[in-house]
Design a protein around this ligand. Structure first.
Ligand code: GLA
Length: 389
């Protein structure tokens, strides 16, 4: 891919000067959903698909951005003193947001730059194409402007900051962290309350991780996400009146049950219950994995789905169909919705010898029920963002 991106760069902007290339991956989360803004644990891994870029510094303050995925939109031009979000800027709001965030955090960009991008994460799939674009931009700026003191964790935090404050999506840190810090063949067990993390090798002897893309994305995503977050924040405040905690992730299931009546609405109780139980499930799932108990890991994935469907209410009909089909397919160890919700993808652990029938049977049944095809990807876990040359 790198070669094609550089070719397009040459064609659009010329071949002179120091042109450098970069990659930042998408992610899939194995378990620990909607826990990252509740001080809980997550367990994502970086994928080998993601976003590529070629970039070069300019002598003036112009910024030129071009995506090979949106050819018809052409080259988008702006300048360093015009970094404000706008609807018409479309996808370029992500790189612009990161540039804005660098400046906000005191990392002065001393010149403009030319960038060409190409991404192979299916659009709207919930596999973090936007986080990959943010982390990619951060990696470009760190490299081209020589901000060596910035760690990749800080690049992830700047990406999240830009998404929260420039793009208005109140996301947690999981996606940017996975894209920045991913490691080949490992998932990241991340404690979002302090950003301590540990890599866990994913060595499934006789099974594969399969992502199924429902190819639906319901439009309420952004607002419903922010609503969930607000509900959890209110529930936390109500709980803090009766128990000494900093986040919902501080509670065990038993502690939650003992204090839950402090939460004065049924809906908020369900949201908080999910956050608490999902965090505990994630801790248990990583333990199970360490003990090679993949069946237990699968059961916890299934329970995660039920909780996201019934208590957190972020699933949708198409996703529930996919998960039900998976649960009823022999050789499936566990299956759940992954990512923010309201469409996007499921993640399943499937025995090696059942993968072909999984794809075939679920593909056909989904098409019959929903009317369009699903897409399947057998996961390869890759490294985090990097400079390619
Ligand atoms: C989106 C957000 C993440 C996380 C997930 C749900 O992907 O960007 O921060 O909250 O949803 O787990």
């Amino acid at each position: 891919m790198k070669k094609q991106v550089v070719e397009v760069f040459h064609k659009l902007y010329g071949a002179d000067g120091d042109i450098r290339t970069y990659f930042a991956p998408g992610r899939v989360n194995l378990i620990g959903e909607h826990t990252d803004y509740n001080g809980g644990h997550v367990f994502p891994c970086a994928l080998t698909i993601g976003t590529y870029a070629a970039a070069r510094l300019r002598k003036d303050d112009r910024i030129r951005l071009y995506s090979m995925n949106f050819e018809s939109l052409g080259v988008f031009e702006t300048s360093l003193d015009d970094l404000i979000p706008s609807e018409k800027a479309g996808w370029t709001n992500y790189p612009k947001g990161v540039m804005w965030a660098f400046e906000k955090k005191g990392y002065k960009l001393t010149s403009g730059l030319d960038i060409v991008l190409y991404g192979n994460i299916p659009n709207g799939s919930g596999l973090s194409s936007s986080a990959s674009l943010e982390v990619l931009t951060g990696t470009i700026l760190k490299d081209l402007f020589g901000f060596d003191e910035l760690s990749m964790t800080e690049i992830a935090l700047i990406g999240q900051y830009s998404e929260n404050n420039f793009n208005g999506m109140n996301c947690g840190i999981m996606d940017q962290f996975a894209s920045a810090m991913g490691k080949k063949d490992c998932a990241i067990f991340l404690d979002t309350s302090n950003l301590n993390y540990e890599y866990a090798k994913i060595e499934l002897e006789d099974a594969k991780i399969v992502i199924t893309n429902s190819k639906v994305k319901h439009s309420l995503v952004g607002s419903a996400y922010n609503d969930r977050r607000n509900e959890c924040e209110t529930a936390l405040k109500e709980l803090q009146a009766v128990v000494d905690i900093q986040t919902l992730g501080d509670l065990t299931e038993e502690e939650f049950e003992a204090h839950k009546d402090a939460i004065k609405s049924e809906v908020r109780q369900k949201r908080a219950k999910h956050a608490v139980y999902e965090n505990q499930r994630t801790i248990k799932a990583v333990d199970a994995l360490k003990q090679n108990d993949i069946e237990e890991f699968g059961r916890l994935m299934n329970a995660s789905h039920v909780s996201l469907r019934d208590d957190y209410e972020v699933s949708c009909e198409e996703i529930d169909i996919l998960v039900d089909l998976a649960w009823n397919t022999p050789g499936v160890i566990g299956s759940r919705i992954t990512g923010g919700g309201f469409g996007g993808c499921t993640v399943s652990i499937v025995k090696n010898d059942a993968v072909d029938t999984f794809i075939e049977k679920i593909g056909a049944a989904y098409k019959e029920k929903v009317g369009h095809d699903a897409e399947f990807y057998v996961v390869e876990i890759g490294d985090g963002a990097k400079v390619l040359d």
